[in-house]
Design a binder for this molecule. Structure first.
Ligand code: AMP
Length: 303
């Protein structure tokens, strides 16, 4: 089953302890779509400015990502400037320029409106809600957000969360959104806002998934070199939701498998800048890492 994703398509400028780049392809929807496209068809809804390089559009097309909902309008593309210190788990935002997203009023193409699997990638929660309202009968809705929107548009975000089945955010954002330092208590508070399932991204420490009466923990794939963590969260979400949409199965067992696929996809993204590593990999490499994570967490039962 195909996925509809709405989110940012961006030009990122990033400094890590290992290098620096200017205006490379980024954005929550870019990472999500590319990652999910390994599992299923993706319909992308976003806006870009006149300055967005055609080569990036051609790349999306080469991945068979449907671009009927990618609007090019007068003005400048969304830009994000970030920096990481040696603790790569924390991104420091230096600058966010919404540009064409400031006035973006999403209009879904006709065939996008029939979507059953909808991913609201990190973007203004009002845009997320407007896009979702045009989908006739969504079956599974997942959502991501970040500190920028939790701080700046809290009320709008809470309204969006009431319509969402699965929320995928990082650990610091869980505490910020719930206004509660204990993660288990914070998860319960956030689940009371709407999402039955909360997926907490913890960078190099892996992922925790909170459901009704269940908690699942998956480690991150142990990498010797992490080059640039930008996009890890969106790539995780693409693998996770891509697998769920492809299998159309949301049992606890399948959700856990989806978490591991997300973890594997994110492990590739952080090895290079931008989508460069995702451009190289194939499904064989994905399944190899999946099996390695399974071995990593296997141990004997009590007897
Ligand atoms: P992450 O997966 O959390 O590392 O997401 C990184 C991507 O999020 C970058 O490529 C940015 O372009 C994008 N981004 C940063 N800030 C925002 C924002 N406020 N709204 C939407 N996208 C953003």
């Amino acid at each position: 089953m195909s996925i509809l994703v709405v989110g940012s398509v961006a030009l990122d400028s990033i400094t890590t302890p290992f290098g620096r780049v200017e205006e490379i392809l980024g954005g929550s929807a870019s990472y999500f779509s590319t990652s999910a496209s390994f599992f299923t068809d993706v319909n992308l809804l976003a806006v870009i400015g006149e300055d967005f390089p055609q080569e990036h559009v051609d790349f999306f097309r080469s991945r068979k990502i449907n671009l009927d909902g990618l609007m090019r309008v007068p003005g400048k593309t969304f830009r994000w400037r970030g920096r990481y210190e040696y603790d790569l788990n924390e991104a420091h935002t230096l600058e966010t320029q919404l540009n064409v997203f400031e006035t973006f009023n999403p209009q879904l193409p006709e065939d996008y409106r029939r979507a059953e699997y909808v991913f609201l990638a990190n973007i203004d929660p009002d845009i997320q809600r407007e896009a979702l309202s045009q989908v006739s009968s969504p079956k599974l809705v997942a959502c991501d957000t970040m500190n920028f929107w939790i701080a700046g548009k809290r009320e709008a975000l809470i309204r969006t969360l009431a319509l969402v089945d699965i929320l995928i955010i990082n650990e610091a954002e869980v505490r910020q959104l719930a206004d509660e330092p204990n993660l288990v208590k914070a998860a319960a508070i956030i689940r009371s806002f709407g999402p039955q399932t909360l997926v907490v991204k913890r960078g190099e420490y892996g992922v925790l998934m909170f459901g009704e009466g269940s908690i699942f923990s998956a480690p991150a794939y142990p990498l010797e070199e992490v080059f640039d963590p930008t996009g890890a969260g969106d790539t995780f979400a693409g693998g996770f939701f891509g697998y769920l949409a492809a299998t159309q199965n949301t049992t606890e067992e399948n959700l856990r498998k989806a978490i591991v696929f997300g973890t594997v996809m994110a492990s590739f993204t952080v090895e290079k800048f931008s989508l460069d590593r995702l451009k190289e990999i194939n499904y064989q490499e994905i399944s190899d890492r999946f099996r390695k994570i399974k071995l990593l967490t296997e141990f004997a039962d009590l007897n």
